[in-house]
Design a binder for this molecule. Structure first.
Ligand code: CA
Length: 257
């Protein structure tokens, strides 16, 4: 049988992504938002902040504006071009949040994190773009690696050798962000172009997960559940059992053959 015209025969990876969000046990509202656009090949997590219910406005604008911007991106571009398109889309998202805050004074000062993953069609790779302290982790085999670096004050102190990672985790300023969408002149997100392999499992999450669970527990739960849906549910349940101090959002993405 022939290959349909235009189909790329070099790449046989498929991506299966699921997401879930939970208010947690302590917060009255859920200010996180999920981005699940499998047909657009775009996944993400946003964690909003701001008084008077503006946090959920910021995170919702982020995922909606991201999806609208990304819908215009051709799916068959390479990794470098896709990175630039994501950087452009983050700029649009930032402007959308600022514009909304200008026209809605009750939303003044709102902001949001945004961590996105976009699988490429043309090659077995993906692009991660990231602003704030929501994270992307890659589980390959039994090894869990944190791909993103938090844009937080404590991470800056760790990078400078002032604090250890353990100090940073317990620090009273651990949640203070150094970069967040909704800020004038925030600059581009961090972007990473990474090879994808069959069997890879990606996790995108808000800090309501990563602050509640150490990496070894996250790894164990990702390894211990075959279906992405079950892994996501187990992560949220474990974060709640650990206290559920904040809203908890996860996207689990499997790379299949
Ligand atoms: Ca949070």
């Amino acid at each position: 049988m022939g290959v349909p015209a235009g189909r790329d025969v070099r790449v046989s990876l498929t991506w299966h992504g699921v997401g879930a969000t939970d208010r947690g046990r302590r917060r009255r509202r859920n200010e996180d938002a999920l981005l699940l656009e499998p047909e657009m090949r775009l996944y993400g997590v946003a964690d909003g902040m701001g008084g008077h219910a503006a946090g959920d406005v910021a995170s919702r604008i982020a995922v909606e504006s991201m999806a609208v911007s990304f819908a215009r991106v051709s799916p068959r571009i390479g990794g470098g071009t896709l990175s630039r398109r994501l950087v452009d889309a983050f700029e649009v998202v930032n402007r959308s949040i600022l514009d909304h805050a200008t026209s809605h004074p009750q939303c003044s000062g709102m902001g949001t994190t945004l961590t996105c993953l976009a699988p490429l069609v043309s090659e077995p790779r993906c692009v991660v773009a990231h602003m704030g302290d929501s994270r992307a982790y890659l589980l390959r085999g039994d090894e869990l690696a944190q791909v993103t670096r938090d844009h937080t004050w404590v991470q800056q102190q760790v990078d400078a050798g002032v604090l250890t990672a353990g100090d940073a985790r317990r620090h009273r300023l651990a949640s203070v962000l150094s970069r967040v969408l909704g800020t004038p002149e925030v600059g581009p997100p961090d972007t990473f172009v990474l090879d994808a392999e069959r069997g890879d499992r990606w996790l995108l999450c808000s800090d309501g997960l990563s602050n509640m669970l150490p990496d070894d527990v996250i790894a164990r739960l990702l390894i211990g559940h075959g279906a992405a849906e079950q892994a996501g549910a187990a992560l949220i349940a474990a974060a709640n059992e650990a206290g559920g101090m904040d809203n908890i959002t996860v996207v689990v993405l499997d790379v299949n053959g």
